[in-house]
Design a protein. Structure first.
Length: 459
């Protein structure tokens, strides 16, 4: 049987279970393209310091491109002894071009190689995630723009509070997502650091040009300390933290919509495309998409907590524990990518029942406005709050709505009430009064839409 790449000092064989336990190719093969990209850049850097002749470099890079093509065409034959994507690619390269393939790894270690691959891979994925996030925000903003007229009760403690525009609520979630967008953009410079040329841990003795390597690979900067370069996985943790927070926002939005889609609320209907039925109860239409958006946050938090736990006790530089960075990262990337797409689909196909929202607007949600009415007549708010509360109690005891009390009823509570009191009982007027920045008036909702559009236009 063939020798392992590191087999020189070994006489005994690897236990088959140990081989399976150790091998990461099963999941790290998804980094095949960036692994080859890194190797092509590295071959170029070796030519520049005279380790490879230009002809050798060409043979190596042509060989690497053939390996890449095999992966792309689904032709790459994984061998039993392949340990990870790095050893698999190098093994195949040497099969294709012979012993010259063995020159590629000069001065390089899988330690700087894997850190390079992970960073490059995440940078590419982050671009897709950024696009997914923008697409989600876009459908939310478009909806908000079209549905500005719809008014519903805004809730605190899930109790009806004050009237708000539906667009205002949608935009509140969009603001969470646009802060996620900014946070994602801000973590990129910390991912975009090149470890290539750090070697195993101490640095590169053939003095390859690390700035050249970084530039070839599109990194923004170079890891300035080789021990840190091979041992750091903060970029993985930071992305897992980012995903956890973004999933929290997706989950909270999903929860709003789950509640609103119950028959008891009836504010929204999920499209069939994002619902499922029950195997026993024929009438059921369940909001599974939303429940999964809420539920999948848990696994992303788990990835974050799990990998932080792996990391926290490690001594400096590379330890094999670091191989455990991959599955949590890959899973978080897959989960957030899918969640963003599903959320976008759910929001863009959601049916909104303006009439149901309107029916939920009971007059008591204008009790604050009633108190404000007296404030405008010069009475301190603490008193007007109390007076309005008594009006609510009066309506309650008479089993009528607040606006069904007569002017005389109001006057019996406070002499400052006058004939214009019934103007208060107008939901549209109530939302329109909230016209300072951030308020739910039409003008301020338009302002929020403009802010969102600006954020999205920024790169
Ligand atoms: N598969 C390994 C990982 O993912 C690559 C680095 C292995 N380096 C080593 N010295 N064993 O971390």
């Amino acid at each position: 049987t063939k020798q392992k790449l590191w087999g020189g000092r070994f006489t005994g064989k690897t236990d088959p279970l140990m081989h399976a336990f150790n091998q990461s190719l099963r999941y790290d093969q998804r980094m095949y393209a960036v692994d080859i990209k890194g190797s092509i850049a590295y071959a170029k850097s070796l030519t520049r310091v005279g380790i490879l002749t230009p002809e050798e470099e060409k043979k190596i890079t042509d060989g690497l491109r053939s390996v890449l093509k095999e992966w792309q065409d689904g032709q790459f034959q994984v061998q039993l002894d392949d340990e990870d994507i790095h050893t698999a690619n190098e093994r195949r390269l040497s099969e294709l071009i012979g012993p010259l393939g063995g020159k590629l790894h000069t001065g390089r270690s899988r330690n700087d190689q894997v850190a390079t691959d992970m960073r490059l891979w995440l940078l590419e994925e982050a671009l897709d995630i950024e696009a997914g996030l923008k697409a989600l925000i876009r459908v939310m903003v478009e909806r908000a723009d079209k549905e500005k007229d719809i008014i519903l009760p805004g809730y605190t403690h899930l109790q009806r509070g004050q009237p708000i525009r539906w667009a205002h609520l949608l935009l509140s979630h969009a603001f969470s997502f646009s802060s996620d967008l900014q946070r994602l953009q801000q973590l990129i410079p910390r991912v975009s650091v090149s470890p290539l040329g750090c070697g195993a841990l101490a640095g590169n003795p053939f003095v390859v040009d690390r700035e050249f390597l970084a530039k070839e690979l599109g990194f923004q900067s170079v890891a300035e300390n080789s021990l840190w370069g091979v041992g750091d996985r903060d970029f993985v943790v930071e992305f897992l933290m980012w995903s956890s927070l973004a999933m929290t926002h997706i989950s909270r939005m999903a929860e709003d919509l789950i509640i609103y889609s119950t028959a008891e609320f009836g504010f929204v209907t999920l499209s069939d495309a994002y619902s499922t039925g029950s195997s026993i109860m024929p009438q059921k239409k369940n909001p599974d998409s939303l429940e999964l958006l809420r539920g999948k946050s848990g696994r992303v938090f788990g990835n974050m907590a799990g990998f932080l736990t792996t990391l926290k006790g490690l001594p400096s530089t590379y330890n094999k524990d670091l191989q455990e960075d991959k599955e949590p990262l890959f899973d978080a990337v897959d989960t957030i990518s899918a969640s963003l797409q599903i959320a976008e689909g759910v929001i863009s196909t959601l049916e909104v029942h303006a009439e149901k929202m309107r029916q939920a607007l009971t007059m008591d949600v204008l009790a604050t406005d009633l108190a404000d009415y007296l404030v405008r007549k010069g009475i301190p708010f603490r008193e007007t709050h109390h007076i309005s509360g008594r009006a609510v109690a009066m309506a309650e005891s008479r089993k009528c709505q607040l606006n069904e009390l007569t002017v005389e009823d109001f006057k019996s509570l406070n002499s400052n009430f006058s004939d214009d009191i019934h103007d208060v009982f107008d939901f549209e007027a109530s939302v329109e009064r909230r016209e300072s920045i951030g308020g739910t008036s039409r003008k301020m909702v338009d302002r929020q839409i403009a802010t969102q559009n600006l954020t999205m236009a920024r790169d």
